[in-house]
Design a binder for this molecule. Structure first.
Ligand SMILES: Nc1ncnc2c1ncn2[C@@H]1O[C@H](COP(=O)(O)OP(=O)(O)O)[C@@H](O)[C@H]1O
Ligand SMILES: [Mg+2]
Length: 390
């Protein structure tokens, strides 16, 4: 083979081998190139295994028997050629062995087996060229494998994170629902006591009034459970219907009022309702949201609390409801964090979920919640919802 053909073979080998990305592809290409161009009748590429031992990974032109051979990983030099020649039943008259090194590690060896008597027919320079090119390809294949492994690791930890995130959301949701249920069960038990006393007094008018209140509260309880089912995907999403905000405000006030007796903070409820046009939302969720705002205002008020004002109206693009108190207001560091889940200044008494849930509800209906507060001047929350499409 002349020089030009040798260079041509090298260039072609460089081209195909640089397209490969795995060791499994590189070794057969190397065996083929040596087998075709170097004048070796037999080629064995020996690979040192991960655990221990070495074996022939790829072979060309050698009897089957040589392939099953258990080889010594510490004998990758001349001894290897001798061992393989012997395993091939001495059909070969000479062997040349070259180490296969990739990324600084001895990876195995290439054994070329010759039959020709004349050593001149052996193009060992060319063989060295093929082996060097294969080493480079093996190195980059190792890099790619490493990259793919770390990519897979990354994906796994990403998935684990997503799972944790889901669990956290589930925990928040469970806490939120129990918070809602508490807001329902407390007024229920208070109305029950009122009804009980009214019956003792034989005041059936008052008893009936309490029972009517209880009925409404129970309906809200059922809706809360429905919402839990909606979250868990077993039921339809929360139902969006046209909601009359003024009706919702009065209903929420009825549920929140008993909280005053429980805290001893007696507030005067004032209504400044402007019959805004209805909005598209789930009425149960809006009642819950307003109850949360009212209960917070009652909690914050001092024992000589004054007024809690509920206001409704319309502006440019939609309708709004406001809940305003003249309580203590919030310092800036509290104001900045009130919508964070689990942020509470009430210690064990609070869940820190009320406002986070109100916020989530507003997001769901494309609404906006705004907060206006100053220490000593009270707090006003506004829930704004867009006008439904015609
Ligand atoms: N009307 C209000 N006046 C003063 N502080 C308030 C008012 N509403 C909410 N806050 C503050 O926001 C915090 C978070 O409220 P919320 O999310 O409902 O959780 P929780 O009521 O369980 O504390 C409260 O702990 C309180 O510090
Ligand atoms: Mg609250």
């Amino acid at each position: 083979m002349d020089r030009d053909r040798a260079i041509d073979a090298l260039v072609r080998f460089a081209r195909v081998v640089s397209d490969t990305t795995t060791r499994r592809e590189i070794l057969p290409l190397l065996a083929d190139a040596i087998h075709a161009h170097v004048g070796a009748t037999g080629v064995c590429i020996v690979e040192i295994g991960e655990a221990s031992g070495a074996r022939v990974a790829v072979a060309r032109g050698v009897p089957e028997g040589a392939l099953a051979l258990e080889l010594d990983p510490d004998a990758m030099g001349e001894e290897l050629g001798v061992a393989l020649t012997k395993a091939c039943g001495d059909v070969f008259t000479g062997a040349e062995t070259r180490p296969l090194v990739a990324s600084g590690n001895l990876f195995g060896a290439v054994v070329m087996l010759f039959r020709e008597e004349s050593a001149a027919a052996r193009l060992l320079e060319l063989a060295n060229g093929f082996i060097d090119l294969a080493s480079i390809a093996l190195e980059s294949a190792a890099q790619i494998e490493k990259l793919e492994r770390s990519h897979a690791d990354l994906r796994r930890s990403h998935e684990a994170l997503a799972r944790t995130e889901k669990l956290r959301a589930l925990g928040q949701m469970a806490a939120g629902v129990s918070h809602d249920l508490k807001n329902i069960l407390n007024p229920l038990s208070l109305h029950l006591q009122v009804a009980d006393r009214a019956i003792l007094r034989e005041d059936s008018a008052e008893a009936r009034e309490s029972i009517a209140e209880m009925k409404q509260v129970v309906v809200r309880g059922i809706e809360t459970v429905e919402r839990l089912r909606a979250y868990s995907g077993q039921s339809k999403e929360s139902k969006a219907e046209l909601v009359d905000l003024d009706r919702i405000v009065r209903e929420a006030a009825g549920i929140a009022k008993p909280r005053m007796a429980a805290t001893g903070h007696m507030l005067r409820f004032a209504f400044e309702l402007g019959s805004p046009s209805p909005v598209l939302a789930d009425s149960g969720e809006l009642v819950s949201a307003l109850v949360n705002l009212m209960v917070n205002a009652i909690d914050a008020a001092g024992s000589d609390g004054k007024a809690l004002t509920m206001r409704s109206g319309e502006d440019e693009g939609g309708s709004f409801v406001e809940v305003e108190d003249d309580g203590p207001g919030m310092p800036a560091d509290v104001e900045a964090r009130v919508f964070e889940p689990f942020f509470t200044t009430k210690g064990d008494e609070g869940t820190g979920l009320g406002l986070a849930m109100v916020y989530a509800t507003m997001q769901r209906y494309g609404g906006v919640i705004t907060l206006d507060t100053a220490v000593g001047r009270g707090t006003r929350f506004r829930l704004w919802l867009p006008r439904p499409p015609a």
